[in-house]
Design a protein around this ligand. Structure first.
Ligand SMILES: *[C@@H]1O[C@H](CO)[C@@H](O)[C@H](O)[C@H]1NC(C)=O
Ligand SMILES: *[C@@H]1O[C@H](CO)[C@@H](O)[C@H](O)[C@H]1NC(C)=O
Ligand SMILES: CC(=O)N[C@H]1CO[C@H](CO)[C@@H](O)[C@@H]1O
Length: 829
């Protein structure tokens, strides 16, 4: 039953407590325990139920067997069987398990740590019985020059091993009994203030110190040990060093030994610092080295500090200083200043004018030949003699000045100056410095016109304001754009401000323009004086005659050409129109304008004619050959009667129409009329055709024209009165008195009627009544009357002959006496 339960436990425990380590038990055992053994240490937490099995104690090697530990299986106590020595083993690591006979673990393992509690059973030891120490004179007060070493076997960190050092005795006690001080905890031996002050007086140069080491710290009790320290006082070799001169770029194997320091005391560590940081080093024997080439131009001087230090990095004495001076080598050529902007020198500057100063820098040691730079002009090559040189160079200062030779404005010169060190001697290093120089312009040229006399310019009177009269050109020999800027002005000849000048600021062209209307009547010609000046102030002599130009402007008279009342004329004409028909009248647009003379330019068919003065256009002949629907265009020219050069022209377009059926207008019976000759202020009224049933609108306005016969045209004048009537008068002063038949063409709407107007031309009395011969008397003639008739007949024949004679000789130019027997006729007007 129990076995089965255990068997179950064996399976269950590892699962119920998987790897669950029981808390470690900690037990302390006093070292060297002096009481009875076995000493019970602690009760093990064995399970109470477990009566079977046996307790097994295991642990560090050697413990398990006949070790000092055991377990009381009855009481379950861990016990120690003998006294323990901490110095032998300070701690034990044990394990307790409950096992079956076949080593089956029933409980545990239970770790148990057993510490042996220290007892001050160990005596401190010095590392040596006698120490030999060197002490250099000059060691600073308080700086440890020796460290005592002692050990104690007791547990570290406890009072049992807490050591204190003390000087027990100093021999000799001269010049002071306490020349030294010993730091109790560290065992650091140093000079005491007395020792430091009086070490030089120590004649012996040797001290023996009896020193003690004691444990238990500052407590009075404890174990102790003693030793002796033999201190030899040695000379101070820590002496100042002379400066070291080192050539730059030194070609030697590195590191290169440069100096030696030595601290006479023992146990010294050298430490080197360089100000500024440099390639220097010191070895353990105090030898100073430079580890690589130096460059004076990078650093010309170093200050080294060498320290002698004890193991705790404390300086035994003040550090030694060593000045390292890097000596120069001519390893730097002069360096030219960066090429700057062009130096501007005004033209015509006097010789000696400062141009530039070349100042090349040489990085080698100042005030040494290596940095002594002299200058030499390479370009432009100095000419001989000096009068031909444009530039002079001072070889020591590098100053460049203008030479005697003149330079031209606008010249760009690159000065090349050689800078050589070593004062210019052979082997010197050199550089070529460049200085661009520009010779700038000064305003020493006045602008001038390219032509000062301009051909006279003719301008029509009606030229519009703004019209360009002429363009003048001026030039300026200066180069600088600002010095070429010009101002123009009309200096004389334009008091009315009729002209203006127009120019672009930077061009040399000025336009003379009309500003106001010209007038030939007021000023037929203008003489303008135009001047040009620089905008900038001129240097030197003033402007010459070329700065003035004279322009003559001639004003041309303008008479407007004649104008007609229409730009073109048109007429529609039936092809049956007879010769002499009036087609239309060309008139000037302004009736008050000067009289015009009209002519036809290209009437190639000869169909038309125009009245030179009145402008009436007639058919000159029947329109034979014209086809209805055709057009016939002729050019009419109108000339000014006063100025024949002035003329205008207009086209006349004739549209030909179908021939009209012979019109049968019932013309009004034109009553016989009479007109007086020589001409009086009378005329006869001619009426147009009467209204007729065949003629629609036959009442319309008619135009009247004389027949084309030249005699008719010469002898008669026809003037329209209104739409239906015209007024016929004599064209000449004298027309033969008889009955005349005057052909008149009456037209309306392309219809033409030809009427014959009978007019009696007669002599008239003062009242304008026609006088006519009296008819023969009625009744028988008597003798007296026969004689009278005969005499009368003779007289009549005589008068008649005289009349005919006079008529023939005077050719109508002389009036005849009015016959006595004329009687007035009825007067129509
Ligand atoms: C100048 O002439 C134009 C045309 O000939 C005319 O219209 C204008 O009024 C005139 N100006 C002056 C100020 O007389
Ligand atoms: C007359 O001249 C005008 C204009 O040049 C032209 O149109 C016309 O045809 C000419 N007439 C004749 C008959 O040559
Ligand atoms: C329509 C019209 O006014 N006709 C007149 C034209 O002139 C003549 C002569 O003066 C008059 O008799 C008409 O009456």
């Amino acid at each position: 039953m129990v076995a089965a339960w255990l068997w179950l436990l064996c399976f269950l425990v590892p699962q119920a407590l998987p790897r669950a380590q029981p808390a470690e038990l900690y037990v302390e055992v006093p070292e060297n325990y002096g009481g009875n053994f076995p000493l019970y240490l602690t009760k093990l937490p064995l399970p109470r139920e477990e009566t079977e099995g046996q307790v097994v104690l295991s642990g560090d090697a050697g413990v398990a067997g006949e070790g000092p530990f055991a377990v009381d299986p009855e009481a379950g106590f861990l016990l120690v069987t003998r006294a323990l020595d901490r110095e032998e083993q300070a701690e034990y690591q044990l394990q307790v398990t409950l096992e079956t006979e076949d080593r089956h673990v029933l409980w545990g393992p239970q770790p148990v740590r057993v510490r042996v509690k220290d007892e001050n059973d160990q005596v401190p030891h010095f590392s040596q019985a006698t120490y030999k120490v060197q002490l250099s004179r000059g060691t600073r007060l308080g700086v440890p020059f020796f460290f005592l070493e002692a050990s104690d076997g007791d547990e570290p960190g406890t009072a049992n091993s807490d050591l204190r050092f003390h000087i027990l005795n100093q021999a000799p006690a001269q010049p002071a009994s306490d020349m030294f001080q010993l730091e109790p905890r560290l065992g650091a031996l140093a000079l005491s203030p007395e020792g430091s002050a009086s070490l030089d007086k120590a004649l012996e140069g040797y001290y023996q110190l009896l020193v003690q080491v004691k444990d238990m710290g500052d407590q009075a009790s404890g174990h102790q040990a003693t030793a002796t320290i033999d201190v030899s006082i040695v000379e101070n070799t820590w002496v100042p060093l002379d400066p070291v001169h080192l050539a730059e770029n030194l070609q030697v194997p590195y590191p290169h030994h440069i100096a030696q320091v030595h601290w006479n005391g023992g146990n010294v560590h050298y430490h080197l610092e360089s100000q500024p940081q440099g390639p220097f080093d010191v070895d353990t024997e105090g030898k100073l080295y430079v580890t690589q080439e130096l460059d004076r131009e990078a650093q010309a001087e170093y200050l080294l500090q060498v320290r002698a230090q004890n193991t705790h990095s404390e300086d035994y004495a003040e550090p030694l200083e060593l000045q390292v001076v890097v000596t120069d080598e001519n390893d730097n050529a002069p360096v030219c200043p960066p090429r700057g902007p062009s130096v501007s020198i005004p033209e015509l500057s006097p010789p000696g004018t400062k141009v530039a100063k070349v100042s090349a820098e040489d990085a080698d040691a100042p005030s040494s030949p290596n940095s002594h730079v002299v200058y030499q002009l390479l370009s432009p090559e100095p000419e001989e003699p000096a009068e031909l040189r444009a530039f002079e160079l001072d070889s020591s200062s590098g100053s460049v000045t203008l030479g005697a030779a003149q330079l031209q404005a606008g010249q760009n010169i690159l000065l090349q100056v050689l800078a050589v060190d070593l004062g210019g001697t052979d082997g010197g290093l050199s550089s070529t410095c460049e200085i661009p120089v520009t010779i700038t312009d000064i305003n020493d040229h006045a602008p001038e016109f390219t032509a000062s006399q301009i051909e006279p310019v003719s301008l029509p009177e009606d030229a519009e304001p703004g019209t360009l009269v002429t363009t003048l050109t001026a030039t300026d020999a200066d180069l600088e754009p600002a010095f070429r800027l010009m101002d123009f002005a009309i200096e004389a000849g334009d008091e009315e401000g009729t002209f203006s000048l127009d120019w672009e600021p930077d061009s040399g062209h000025v336009q003379l323009r009309l500003l106001k209307n010209l007038s030939y009547e007021a000023v037929p010609s203008h003489r303008l004086v135009v001047v040009v000046r620089n905008v900038e102030e001129l240097v030197g002599p003033g402007p010459g005659p070329g700065a003035t130009a004279t322009v003559t402007v001639l004003v041309e008279r303008v008479v407007p050409p004649p104008q007609l009342d229409q730009e073109s004329y048109e007429a529609s004409v039936p092809i049956s129109t007879p010769a002499g028909s009036l087609l239309l009248t060309v008139q000037p647009s302004d009736p008050l304008s000067s009289p015009l003379r009209f002519s036809l330019v290209n009437d190639s068919e000869g169909w038309l004619c125009i009245k030179e003065i009145s402008g009436e256009v007639h058919t000159a002949r029947p329109l034979q050959g014209a086809q209805p629907g055709d057009m016939y265009t002729v050019l009419i020219e109108a000339q000014d009667a006063d100025e024949p050069t002035l003329s205008t022209s207009a086209t006349l377009v004739i549209h030909f129409l179908k021939a009209l059926p012979a019109p049968t207008p019932t013309l009004a019976p034109v009553p016989s009329r009479h007109l007086c000759t020589p001409r009086q202020d009378h005329g006869v009224v001619v009426s147009g055709p009467r209204e007729d049933s065949d003629l629609a609108g036959g009442h319309g306005p008619f135009s009247f024209a004389l027949g084309p016969n030249p005699t008719v045209q010469r002898d008669w004048r026809l003037r329209a009165l209104n739409g239906s009537h015209a007024y016929l008068t004599l064209g000449l002063h004298w027309v033969e008195p008889r009955e005349h038949v005057v052909p008149i063409a009456v037209s309306h709407d392309n219809q033409i009627w030809h009427i014959q107007v009978r007019v009696i031309v007669c002599r008239c009395n003062v009242e304008g009544q026609c006088m006519r011969k009296v008819g023969r008397m009625k009744g028988m003639p008597t003798k007296l009357s026969a004689v009278g008739i005969l005499v009368g007949t003779l007289i009549a024949i005589g008068i008649f002959l005289i009349l005919i004679f006079t008529h023939l000789t005077l050719a109508r130019k002389k009036d005849l006496d009015q016959p006595v027997d004329s009687v007035p006729l009825k007067v129509a007007v």
